[in-house]
Design a protein around this ligand. Structure first.
Ligand code: MSP
Length: 511
């Protein structure tokens, strides 16, 4: 049986257009999903939208729409963007779908019956943009949200509480025994410190908020949007309704999130799962934030980066490459025009794009556009072939730690090594000097290495990888369904097959 790999992105709020932050989490998840497919695993890649709560309700009101209309409209935008960015999700869950709400309601009943949820009264503060409850002691300057800095609202209402405080010791024990439950290590330490500071029971319903999953214990309440949303991770794979499927998928392998929503995932979510007697996720990975020209993105500053616009201008793969390569995953990044241009021109236009365009014209000019047969291999050839093999375990180790940037840097070592091999062997000179046997071997070794590169590139730059493959005569399916085993093998390119030289894959970005 194939090994399964279940990974998720957060569910995105539908009050606003998808932005670069959403694109970042989703592109990273997509690269990971595709890499695990390349490893031959059965992947379940889940994403979706978070559609309930005060924030969406107010945004819809402002636009003169019903919340459902707003959600429907935005879901289209998200799906359109995911399509542009080649996101290969397996399931897209919306929190307004019955397959989700029925699980939320049932979970509430179960937790109430188990005594994990009780009725009480909440007095405190609420930040609508973050959909978060705060104590006065946590507020900034007495009235601002400690997370986003915006003004909070005072709340005093009857509510249902989840006994989060019960889980303090169990969580600390679990964290002590599983130091790589939360990564990177700085986020793990943040989680431990927060739990050590003491956990309070959590208000999990809102009174008289019509836009939410109705609380099955009292119709005047609706379920707190964060509890509703977190449960998608078990409702989508079939919890309580498709038990067999659920058993094969749960626990999830990776929850990919941004650092701003760490505590919900590393504290509240595990406590809820403990209360339900379910195994905990294997890994929660919190990535950093992207700044725009060195500053936090905000509508008021007018510096919000639209991923759709960037993808349409430079190509989706170019954006994917920059985001995955530029910053070690987990750290904050800065998207500036000059950094973007530098990275794309040097790595994509020069290194990778050039490689293809140094060898394909030779095939056209001297070999009738057909892949040649190699003759006996020399030391130089064997070295490059070996390099292409060695890279696999290296990339594998990087991808195990979600170091996309490191994995790509290994792949680029191979790209550069192949360019150097061409410099040294100079097949153009060999062709001119009629050293045909050697010229054909060097050309074959280069093309076959390009095949390996295009297979390994597929998780990161799927469209370019397919185009590269097409240019060296490969069918789309040969790449999209390739496994690491085929990358390891040598000599898969069939001599005699026609190449299809196309336009440059990565044009230079000019100022
Ligand atoms: N709806 C909640 C998640 C519920 S999951 C059960 C939510 N949604 S969100 O739309 O506000 O944000 C989703 C993701 O976008 C988060 O992972 C967040 O970190 C990421 N980003 C938002 N802005 C970002 C940047 N500027 N840079 C990088 N990622 C950031 O939170």
């Amino acid at each position: 049986m194939k090994k399964k790999f279940y990974l998720t992105t957060p569910l995105y709020y539908v009050n606003d257009m998808p932005h670069l932050g959403h694109a970042y989490t989703t592109i990273s998840a997509d690269a990971l999903a595709r890499y695990h497919r390349l490893k031959g695993e059965e992947v379940f890649f889940l994403t979706g939208t978070d559609e309930h709560g005060m924030k969406i309700f107010r945004a819809a009101q402002k636009m003169g729409l019903s919340p459902q209309e707003l959600a429907d409209r935005m879901v289209k935008r998200f799906k359109e963007l995911w399509n542009i960015l080649s996101i290969s999700y397996d399931d897209f869950i919306r929190t307004t779908e019955v397959r989700h709400t029925r699980v939320v309601e049932k979970v509430f009943k179960i937790l109430f019956q188990k005594g994990e949820i009780y009725r009480g009264k909440y007095r405190g503060w609420y930040c609508t943009p973050c959909e978060s409850f705060w104590l006065s002691s946590q507020l900034r300057e007495g009235k601002f949200c400690p997370e986003c800095g915006r003004e909070v609202e005072e709340l005093e209402e009857e509510t249902f509480f989840f006994r989060l405080s019960r889980y303090e010791t169990r969580l600390l024990d679990f964290l002590r025994d599983n130091p790589s439950f939360v990564l990177p290590p700085s986020r793990y330490r943040e989680t431990v410190e927060f739990v050590r500071g003491g956990l309070k029971d959590l208000s999990v319903t809102r009174l008289n908020l019509s836009w939410g999953v109705p609380c099955p214990l009292d119709i005047h309440h609706s379920i707190y949007v964060w509890i509703d949303a977190l449960l998608n991770y078990i409702s989508a794979p079939g919890y309580l309704f498709e038990e067999e499927r659920f058993q094969t998928l749960w626990p999830v392998d990776v929850h990919l999130i941004g650092k701003d929503i760490l505590k919900f995932h590393s504290i509240i979510w595990p406590a809820l799962l403990m209360a339900l007697d379910l195994p905990l996720p294997k890994l929660i990975f919190a990535h950093g934030w992207w700044l725009s020209e060195g500053e936090k993105m905000s509508k008021s500053k007018g510096n919000v980066i639209d991923p759709k616009e960037l993808a349409q201008k430079y190509g989706a793969d170019t954006l994917r490459y920059f985001l995955l390569r530029e910053v070690p995953f987990g750290e904050d990044g800065n998207l500036s025009h000059s950094l973007f241009e530098e990275r794309i021109n040097s790595d994509l236009a020069n290194d990778l794009g050039n490689l293809l365009h140094r060898v394909l014209p030779l095939v056209e000019r001297y070999l009738g556009g057909k892949i040649p047969s190699p003759s006996s291999l020399q030391k130089e050839d064997k070295k490059l072939i070996e390099k292409g093999r060695e890279i696999i375990p290296k990339m594998d180790r990087s991808m195990d730690k979600l170091s996309f940037s490191e994995a790509l840097s290994f792949l680029w070592e191979l790209v550069r090594e192949t360019n150097l091999y061409l410099d040294r062997c100079a097949p153009w000179r060999l062709f001119k000097n009629k050293a045909l046997k050697r010229a054909k071997t060097v050309t074959y070794v280069t093309l076959e290495t390009i095949r390996r590169i295009s297979f390994l590139l597929f998780p990161f730059l799927p469209t370019s990888s397919l185009k590269m493959g097409e240019q060296i005569g490969l069918e789309e399916k040969a790449i999209s369904s390739a496994t690491l085993k085929e990358v390891k093998e040598w000599g898969k390119l069939p001599p005699g097959k026609e190449i299809k030289k196309g336009p440059p894959l990565f044009p230079r970005i000019e100022d």
